[in-house]
Write a protein that binds this ligand. Structure first.
Ligand code: SF4
Length: 242
């Protein structure tokens, strides 16, 4: 199984070409990992608009996460109903908050849950912080990486279906490498300051050009770097026919 990314120069050209095409996004973490984690749970299987509304209503109804934890589950579900699957997401959120409370109590901590999680994640080396988050109920490698990257500004690139497809097509990971394994590969191989920009630009590229079906290869700024284009029938892509 290939689990090493391609040569550094290949990665570098991809990184630079994406910046030339899509620009360099601003990395502005809010240093609120608990809010980010709960926002991620709310965003599952719904649009950003609906989950944003649900989050807003949740924090208006319960100004502290400890209040969400201690509320009746049906009241939490009522507050987040605009995000869909409220009866599943409400107990999931409370489960995370109860787990965090147990961890804090084991250490005799008295701070808010938000401050406690922030401190725990900032103190740990990056990979350890990633595994720590994954010990929470319902938190997988991608969610943990999202919280670290977007909320804490720690350079671990989340690998969703877009990134998994693209990094495979571009020959950065081998064909048998799972999305979960890819997290560790990029954690070790990527210059930390590239993680946010590469993630955001690859997501953009997956949404606009490198679709799962019929990618627009004829318009692709990464065409020269792509390991995939030579292996497929031009009819299956939007490649120029000559
Ligand atoms: S050349 Fe085609 S398959 Fe390769 S990255 Fe670009 S759009 Fe995707």
């Amino acid at each position: 199984m290939t689990i090493t990314p391609g040569p550094r120069e290949h990665l570098e050209r991809i990184y630079d070409s994406l910046i030339a095409y899509y620009g360099e996004p601003k990395w502005e973490p809010d240093h609120d990992p608990l809010g980010g984690l709960i926002g991620t749970i709310l965003s599952q299987h719904t649009s950003d608009i609906n989950s944003g509304r649900a989050y807003q209503r949740l924090i208006e109804t319960f100004p502290a996460w400890e209040e969400v934890r201690d509320a009746q589950t049906n009241k939490v579900a009522e507050a987040i109903k605009s995000g869909g699957l409220a009866n599943i997401k409400a107990p999931r959120i409370q489960n995370v908050l109860h787990t965090l409370t147990e961890w804090q109590q084991e250490q005799g901590g008295k701070d808010s849950l938000a401050n406690f999680l922030n401190a725990e994640l900032k103190e740990r080396p990056l990979e350890e912080a990633w595994h720590y988050l994954q010990q929470m109920p319902g938190v997988g490698p991608k969610t943990a990486a999202c919280v670290l990257l977007f909320n804490l500004g720690r350079p671990l690139m989340p690998i969703d279906t877009h990134l998994h497809r693209l990094t495979h097509r571009l020959g950065l990971i081998g064909p048998k490498v799972s999305a979960n394994q890819a997290h560790t590969i990029f954690l070790k191989a990527l210059p930390p300051e590239w993680a946010y920009t590469l993630h955001v630009n690859l997501i953009q590229h997956g949404r606009t050009i490198c679709h799962a079906q019929r990618p627009k290869c004829g318009h692709c700024p990464l065409y020269a770097e792509c390991a995939y284009v030579g292996s497929i029938d031009p009819q299956e892509t939007m490649l120029p026919t000559k």
